[in-house]
Design a binder for this molecule. Structure first.
Ligand code: CA
Length: 319
């Protein structure tokens, strides 16, 4: 089977890093580029982190294109759970290469325009605020034709928010961008907190990952240990929700997920509910669904999936 062409739009980020490390050893995926954006950290940092993760994963062949410096309209808010550098306290190898000269927005326009022409459409993996894609869509709406689908981590539907009472970080960080993307007509699979809170990366899992992941085991264990929210009251157990990596699991092992169609709206005006994602499950709006929202995840299956993938670093198999 021909590998699935993907672009990873992200803001690394500990969980972005686990997602990238998984994609790097998945020959089913053809990674056309990584497009870091201002999100968990300022752009300079997310770009540097992306380059470092490529170095760690031995995938310096994957081009990195620097994205937007700021959200479309809001002030940047940055993440709270990724430590000072965005990668906890973990020291990653110095990047030997630099980002491409082409910007992420120009790269998205170029790659997706080509894809629209050739018919070889690209899957977009969105692991951060969706500023890059929204700006690209505003500059050239036709690029929507080059997108196979968007598989995104973001939003909170039946679940409460994580950054505010109502809102999840990626959408809150740039709600205007999320609104543009959800209004684009592109098919969207949404992995919101409703899904990611079902998959807790617990301390016993971390030990298991450290045991199987060969040459990256020390780094991975350190990153994962930093991810422990230690908030049993909120999550029902120790550990941290495995947000961004679920995007890769969804693409590679969709049988582990259940979805429900809905029309999604993004609140970008209210002060109280800024960044809230609202799902019209029952056709109240009279509008067609624009997203498949993941409602149920086989958590054990997903953890086993990631263990199997990341153990490839022990075999030194690189895609
Ligand atoms: Ca992220």
């Amino acid at each position: 089977m021909k590998p699935i062409p993907i672009i990873v739009d992200c803001d690394p980020g500990i969980d972005d890093t686990i997602a990238l490390l998984t994609a790097f050893v998945s020959p089913e995926l053809d990674i056309r580029g990584i497009t870091p954006v201002c999100g968990n950290q300022p752009l300079e940092r997310t770009v540097r982190n992306a380059l470092q993760v490529c170095e760690l994963g031995n995938r310096t062949d994957v081009p990195v294109y620097a994205g937007c410096f700021r959200p479309m309209l809001r002030e940047p808010i940055y993440g709270q759970f990724h430590g000072k550098s965005g990668l906890g306290n973990t020291m990653l190898p110095e990047p030997k290469k630099t980002a491409e000269t082409l910007s992420a927005v120009d790269f998205l326009i170029e790659a997706l325009s080509n894809a629209a022409e050739t018919g070889e459409k690209i899957t977009l993996c969105c692991l951060g605020p969706m500023t890059n894609l929204a700006v690209a869509l505003r500059m050239n709406p036709q690029i929507a034709e080059g997108v196979e689908r968007i598989v995104m981590m973001g939003g909170a539907y039946r679940e409460a928010g994580n950054r505010t009472m109502t809102s999840e970080f990626n959408v809150l960080a740039d709600p205007h961008a999320a609104h543009v993307v959800f209004s684009s007509g592109i098919p969207i699979v949404a992995l919101a907190l409703d899904a990611t809170h079902q998959v807790m990366l617990k301390p016993e899992h971390v030990a298991e990952f450290a045991r199987v992941s060969g040459r990256i085991s020390e780094t991975l264990a350190e990153l994962m240990a930093f991810w422990d929210r230690n908030d049993v009251r909120r999550y029902g157990s120790r550990g941290g929700p495995l947000h961004d990596p679920l995007v890769m699991a969804y693409i590679l092992a969709p049988h582990l997920f259940e979805t429900q169609k809905a029309r999604v709206f993004v609140e970008y005006e209210s002060e109280l509910c800024m960044g809230q994602t609202i799902a019209d499950w029952y056709g109240k709006s009279g509008l067609e669904p624009n997203a498949d929202i993941v409602t149920k995840v086989d958590a054990e299956g997903v953890i086993a999936f990631f263990l199997a993938r990341l153990s490839r670093y022990a075999e030194e198999v690189v895609a």
